[in-house]
Write a protein that binds this ligand. Structure first.
Ligand code: GLN
Length: 186
């Protein structure tokens, strides 16, 4: 059972990809929606609006507890921002919002990922952040022009683009493989 944070933003497209890969999906709006999840996806959208939603619903502490328990979390674009030091403080990175420019500067790029076979991953960047600073425990998986756009730290995976929009499910597959591995261990 994979939760998709559904406060705002692109949660519906993530749910479609996850279901196509065989996952059950639950939209997460209030703390009770986090009960019993095997993994959590935080979609892109607008991080200021999401922050207001997290405060309104009292989601910050339950989300931190879920991540601290080792549950795999996959943050994309604004979802990556929400995990960083100045937001939930789960991922030991600082994100720079809108770092690649405004809506008109949206772009696509082919990114080579370590451990992902079958050629580069097509990545759609929309008002995307980049990682401006990362702690020692963070692994950079991919960069654009020297700026990290995909990182991993333990059970946390985050990308600054929109993997749900490119008809390439390999990052969702990688996330779900982490979910399966954890279930197999417990
Ligand atoms: N620019 C948005 C923010 O700062 C993120 C954009 C996105 O998620 N596509 O929240």
């Amino acid at each position: 059972m994979i939760g998709v944070v559904a406060l705002q933003g692109g949660y519906a497209a993530h749910a479609v990809v996850l279901r196509s890969l065989g996952a059950e999906v639950r939209e997460v709006r209030v703390p009770a929606d986090l009960d019993g999840l095997d993994g959590l996806v935080w979609p892109g959208g607008e991080s200021t609006t999401m922050t207001l939603g997290v405060e309104r619903e009292g989601l910050a502490e339950p989300l931190r507890a879920l991540a601290a328990s080792g549950t795999p979390v996959f943050g994309t674009c604004a979802g990556m921002i929400m995990l960083d030091r100045s937001h939930l403080g789960l991922l030991d990175v600082d994100c720079r919002r809108n770092a690649f420019g405004r809506q008109v500067n949206s772009f696509e790029a082919d990114l080579q990922f370590p451990g992902i076979d079958g050629g580069p991953v097509r990545a759609v960047f929309i008002r995307a952040p980049w990682v401006a600073d990362a702690g020692a425990g963070v692994t950079v998986l991919a960069s654009v022009d020297g700026h990290p756009v995909a990182v991993e730290q333990g059970n946390l995976l985050a990308v600054s683009f929109h993997p749900e929009l490119s008809a390439d499910p390999r990052l969702h597959e990688r996330f779900l493989a982490g979910v399966q591995a954890r279930r197999a261990r417990s």
